[in-house]
Write a protein that binds this ligand. Sequence first.
Ligand code: NIG
Ligand code: FE
Length: 455
Amino acid sequence: MSLRLIEGGRGQGDAPGLLIHGASQIATLAGGLRRGASQGDLALLDAADAGGPAAPSAPVVALWDGRVVGVGPRDRVEARLEANGYSLARFARLDADGGVVTPGLVDPHTHLLFAGTRERELVLRQQGAGYLEILQAGGGILSTVAATRSADAETLAAHGRRWLDEMLRHGVTTVEAKSGYGLDLATELRLLAVAHRLDAEGPVSVVPTFLGAHAVPPEFRTRPDGTEAYVRHVIDEQLPGVAAQGHARSCDVFCEQGVFTADQSRRILTAARGYGMAVRLHADELAPSGGAELAAELGALSADHLHTPSDAGLAALAAAADGPAPTVATLLPATTWFLMAGDAAPARRFIDAGVPVALGTDFNPGTSPTPSLPLVMTVACLEMKLSPAEALAAVTVNAAHAVGVADEAGSLEPGKAADVVVWRATSVEQLPYWVGADLVDVVVKRGRVVYRRGA
Ligand code: NIG
Ligand code: FE
């Protein structure tokens, strides 16, 4: 174990350090991206192996100035901290009380910022309406676009704070947040600026993504060449403005039959790369659309949804997984569930093919109005047959890779951000098992306790 002093940063009251002890298990997720047989490797430290959570060599996590500085048996961690010049007196103590400890969860796919709600579509779908059918009739994404265009930054920020707070209470400390309900430059920039501001406010880290190509807006739909004209507008007008603003870390496209083709998506994403943005895609959500193939071709950070990938798309992602820059398959089982699709993305095929799998909420007002990654883990276990351990890796280390923040988040290793969750559960298998329960006891963000049950 390497311990190092990190200067500056934030303290815990008077104590710059925090020692989390008394855990039944610590899932460290150390060791990098998970795929294939390692998808469910949690790098787990189990107090039972040491004689129980209170035993001298039970596992602990030590945090200092917002960073992880030690993980492992308490006696060894404390000895090494002292040997490296840390005074144990300067560590506050946090008793996990026999609970499980994990890294803060990372939600790698959300449409965090929007105005209005769409509960009526649930009933329309129950009556047989299709998702794209509602969209083509001017509802769906387009009704949220109308509401979002008329919402000011303060309104959007208040909405964002409300739902980030919900996410935090479900153990989430990092959130990817897409624009995409503006579909004009001014509103897209407003959404990205609000996401950036919420990140600066904290405590949850917010990583903005530009999704100008989420749908063709009404003012272009009436034109015969509407989709193509809008693609050119995204490339020529929106992307330069978004790049100049500098908040979006990556660019996303809804690559789907009836929305944007693989060729149009390629042009948009290639232009985005030219501005130094990473790329990601909504790929093969409703029909095989060449999205998985395109993600692999472009070296995308992530290909998302993948409910209906082609065999060639799956093979392309598997080949990319063996290369230097694997594309993560970010699966969104709450969406297929909420759309009453009747099945889910072929997660086991991805895992068997060695493709790294992440899970996200897809939080949005139409297809997945849930802020809860633990609920998504449950749905992944039930609908996609992920094991609880595979699901936990998918919302931590692999999700951090999908967002491009793996240097900071997703695992408990020396040098990483001190983002930690203490759960009211005595084994990691219980996290998806207590369906819909409120299991989060304490959330630590950058070394500070930012949420405590009942406080
Ligand atoms: O990921 N599929 C496209 N976008 C979102 C849904 C957005 C909406 O319906 O408002 C998704 O499911
Ligand atoms: Fe989405």
